[in-house]
Design a protein around this ligand. Structure first.
Ligand code: CP
Length: 316
């Protein structure tokens, strides 16, 4: 199984089999329980190219790389880079690939990570080493490593991923974490509840993907319709920055707010996940509830990303 990951690009969760996702989870569990080789990536350098804001993805990749002995170079936002002078993504990738062994890319455009991976593959065909590209979130498309840590968090809290009832709430239209998670859950035998107002419901192309795979899913408009049944409630932020029209955003802003009173109907074993950042969709009073798991979930980004970096670069 390990050989399947060497020098591999991580672009879409749809590129992975269930066995491969389970192997990543198992590797992360091993890292967390048994420790890891602090020198595994000595001499390697990871490039973190973040064209959009990030706290968790950038810092957890940076932490994961350093714990394994790698160094990192990065930019966080295009201010101060030559993108401001008009440099294209292609030219930046061609350049940075000279300096690093792996690139993590966050970019506002859907498909940017696939494009970057094609650029480093073409570069390899010209005689250079392959520099794998990891998608750290491309526009409203996907965020595959977030889905991997989401699966890890679900397994860690529920001891399984199969046979769970999972609600995904909020911005299902523009939410790249939601898209990757829906594709990932399609590989497991769970029931998904998409909770959103009509204008933010899960895109038709994802519905069609789930139907082709006979995934059980239902659409809802209120958290109250699902709160007593589900094992996981995955809250998401309504992403103002993705709306082409601010009037549309104003119609749905603040539409969901999970508060402590609502949890009285939930199972005690239910866990609340959120890719974060949170704005107002989870009241701060929920943070003290045993079911709140979102900050631990963010912590799980480190072992999962250590597992990925180890598998992609560790066996060279
Ligand atoms: N979950 C996530 O992608 O968070 P950041 O935007 O802070 O990286």
């Amino acid at each position: 199984m390990k050989e399947r990951f060497v020098k591999r690009d991580i672009i879409s969760i749809k590129d992975f089999t269930r066995e491969e996702l389970d192997f990543i989870i198992k590797t992360a569990e091993k890292i967390e329980k048994e420790g890891y080789n602090r020198n595994l990536l000595n001499g390697k350098c990871i490039g973190l190219l973040f064209y959009e804001p990030s706290t968790r993805t950038r810092l957890s990749f940076d932490t994961a790389a350093q714990l394994l002995g790698a160094t990192t170079i990065w930019f966080a936002g295009i201010e101060g880079t030559s993108v401001m002078k008009g440099e294209t993504l292609k030219d930046t990738i061609e350049t940075v690939a000279n300096y690093v062994d792996l690139i993590v890319l966050r970019h506002p455009y859907d498909g940017a990570a696939r494009w970057a991976a094609d650029i480093t593959t073409n570069r390899m065909k010209r005689g250079h080493k392959k520099v794998p590209v990891v998608n750290g979130g491309d526009g409203k498309n996907e965020h595959p490593t977030q889905a991997m840590l989401d699966l890890y968090s679900i397994k860690k809290t529920q001891n399984r991923i199969d046979d769970l009832d999972i609600a995904i709430v909020g911005d299902l239209k523009y939410g790249r974490t939601v898209h990757s998670l829906a594709y990932a859950l399609a590989l497991y035998n769970c029931k998904i509840r998409f909770v959103a107002p009509e204008i933010l419901q899960i895109p038709e192309y994802i519905e069609a993907y789930l139907k082709r795979r006979n995934v059980k899913f239902l659409k809802h408009s209120k958290i109250e319709e699902v709160i007593s049944d589900v094992d996981i409630i995955y809250m998401t932020r309504i992403q103002k920055e993705r709306f082409p029209d601010e009037n549309e955003y104003n119609k749905v802003r603040g539409i969901f707010k999970l508060n402590r009173n609502m949890l009285s109907k939930a199972k005690t074993t239910m866990r609340i996940l959120h890719p974060l950042p949170r704005v107002d969709e989870i009241s701060v009073d929920v943070d003290e509830d045993i079911r709140a798991y979102y900050f631990e979930q963010a912590g799980n980004g480190v072992p999962v990303r250590m597992a990925l970096l180890s598998l992609i670069l560790g066996d060279e």
